[in-house]
Design a protein around this ligand. Sequence first.
Ligand SMILES: C[S@@+](CC[C@H](N)C(=O)[O-])C[C@H]1O[C@@H](n2cnc3c(N)ncnc32)[C@H](O)[C@@H]1O
Length: 267
Amino acid sequence: MEIDNLTFKKICKLVYDNVGIVLNDNKKALVSARVRKRMKVLNIDQFRDYYVYLQHESSGKELVQLLDVISTNVTHFFREAEHFDILSKAATQWVSRGQSKFRFWSAACSTGQEPYAMAMTLSEIRSMQSADLKILATDISTQVLSHSRQGLYEEKQLKTIPPKLKNKYFEKQQNGEASFEIKDSIKKLISFKRLNLAKPPFPMKGPLDAVFCCNVMIYFDNKVRTILINEIYRLLKPGGYLIVGNAESLAGLETDFKTVKPSVYLK
Ligand SMILES: C[S@@+](CC[C@H](N)C(=O)[O-])C[C@H]1O[C@@H](n2cnc3c(N)ncnc32)[C@H](O)[C@@H]1O
């Protein structure tokens, strides 16, 4: 059974109003399948009854659950390898100029591969080891955040990590399954928090050195994208970097960012 048009539109509006994710008509089958998961848990048969429940559930917990099933969390370690080279070069330069405090942000961290890859990259810079280094990693989905905090991955998920880093920063778990846990020396650099990118202003103080905001703006429209990147601009230091996904760009958005190369921007 597919969702009826009216309920589909109402759910799309609710999702857009809350988190800025645009769900077009071509997402109807996907939304049906994902909402049905929640209906099963709640023992609700009809989509319209689910919507009524969602509206009247005053704690907001069901909305969090809905957003968990709606969001697309595909990611992997060192997804766009060049971005980590840019991070490494910039941080090496900053530290060599005497900077000792560093604040980085992975803005849509999903299951943690991106901030952990940032932390491994930065930990490989020798002079960074005595620096005051913190990485903030945020997402809207509570499920992916709890996965991130655990830092546990199956062996096949580690394929894109350079072997040297895999051997250095992961420990094989002796629980029968082939799972690997990221070491505490990396975990302790990162704070995982729930944050809605569609609702600035954000509580961080800044100034931030670099922000990875990758493969999330594709789900937003230009109105939400513009608000988001201007907030990132406000939080970055002059000379700080904004890195977006390779399939994304700031073209057509009103912003003061300078383009370094496609998907890499400078304040
Ligand atoms: C495709 S993943 C990107 C993961 C990682 N940045 C990468 O490039 O591999 C997109 C993430 O954006 C999150 N997301 C979607 N809308 C969001 C919002 N309004 N605020 C914060 N996170 C959001 C989703 O939960 C999902 O984990």
